[in-house]
Each structure stands twice: as C-alpha cells, then as structure tokens.
Design a binder for this molecule. Structure first.
Ligand SMILES: [Zn+2]
Length: 199
C-alpha cells in the first residue's frame, strides 16, 4: 500500500493540559500491549490507538501517531483533537504529538454516541475473522483513517444501536470497541474474545 497522508492536521496549540485520564490510559495500554492487541508489527509499524473523551464535549485525547510500541506514554505522546471536518478529512488538534491517523474514526463514534467516553482500536486477526459475520461491520471498501470509514461508522449508528463493537472489514484485523470509559471498552473486548475465540 502506498504511503500517503490520509488526513491533514492543523495544530492550534503546542501544549495540552494534563488530563486526569493519562494514568488510566497507560494502565489499559499496558494490558493491550501484553495481549499484543496493540504494539508494533513485523515491519516496525506501530498499530492500535486509544482515546478518551474530554468530559461532555466532542473533544477527545488520543494517542499520537506511531506510538503503538511505546510502553509508557507521556503527555507529549498524546494529542487533543478539538475539531474535525469529516468531508475535508481534516483534524484540528493541540499537543506536540501528531494525532493518530485513525482520529476521524474515533471522532465519528463520539459524535454518534453521546454515551461513548472511550474508544479502543486494536488489531486481532482471529477475533476479526470470527466476528465478521456477527458484529456490525464497516464496508470492505472503507480503509482505515479515511472519511469513508468515519462515514461508515456514522451510518451504522444511524441504522441501529451499535453494541459497542465494530469490525472494520476493510482494515484487516481492525476492531473498535467503546464504552463509557476505558474499563468498559476493554471489558467488551475481552468478552468478545472469550465468546468468539476461546482458547
Ligand atoms: Zn488499525
């Protein structure tokens, strides 16, 4: 696949204020790293990203681009997304890290579900294959980090209640879970794994 910038970012501030969820974010990242649901692929490319909503706004803190393999994130590895333009594929953000290229996908979930407070995007080939015919899926034609993916997510919510897991059919191994907080998003991921890929 060709390397190109899928979305454009505009930094509106270089610093983000310390957010209370950073310790919790790291705690769940450690669990996901241990389970190899986020990390670095054989080509050295980091995968997986987490985000947490900023209180009652549509803004959210998200792990920075290419931070999948970092064990413990600091504030400098995170970005705060403060505006999204889905049609133009643009993100405005604060912070020194570039927000994850899947920021628009996260944004689509926060916009669509007011109860969503945290989103996990991980890679799990087994679970992905197992739930392709079970969970809500985004179109095979929608690649990660594209406006099409964000649009697909919003369409899913417009059609039905989404049971807090979405399978990205056009992004192999790509799974999204979400919940009121990271604990719920993680619990849903573990429950799906147990149900669909019991060892
Ligand atoms: Zn991914």
């Amino acid at each position: 696949m060709s390397e190109y910038i899928k979305f454009s970012c505009e930094r509106v501030a270089t610093e983000i204020t310390l957010f209370g969820g950073l310790a919790e974010l790291n705690a769940y990242r450690r669990k996901l790293l241990d389970l190899r649901l986020i990390g670095v692929d054989p080509n050295g490319i980091g995968f997986g990203n987490l985000s947490v909503r900023d209180d009652a706004t549509d803004n959210f803190y998200i792990t920075g681009s290419a931070t999948g393999g970092i064990h413990e994130l600091t504030l400098a590895d995170c970005a705060k997304v403060v505006a999204c333009d889905f049609e133009r594929n643009r993100v405005r953000y604060e912070g020194s890290a570039l927000p994850s290229s899947e920021s628009l996908t996260h944004a689509a979930i926060y916009e669509s579900d007011a109860t969503a407070g945290a989103v996990i995007h991980c890679h799990d080939t087994q679970l992905w294959a197992a739930v392709l015919n079970e969970a809500p899926i985004t179109s095979k034609a929608a690649d990660y980090g594209t406006p099409e993916m964000a649009n697909e997510i919003m369409q899913l919510f417009a059609r039905a209640n989404v049971p807090k897991i979405v399978v990205m059919a056009g992004h192999e191994a790509g799974i999204l879970t979400f919940g009121k907080d990271l604990e719920e998003a993680f619990t849903i991921l573990m429950r799906e794994q147990q149900e669909f890929t019991p060892e």
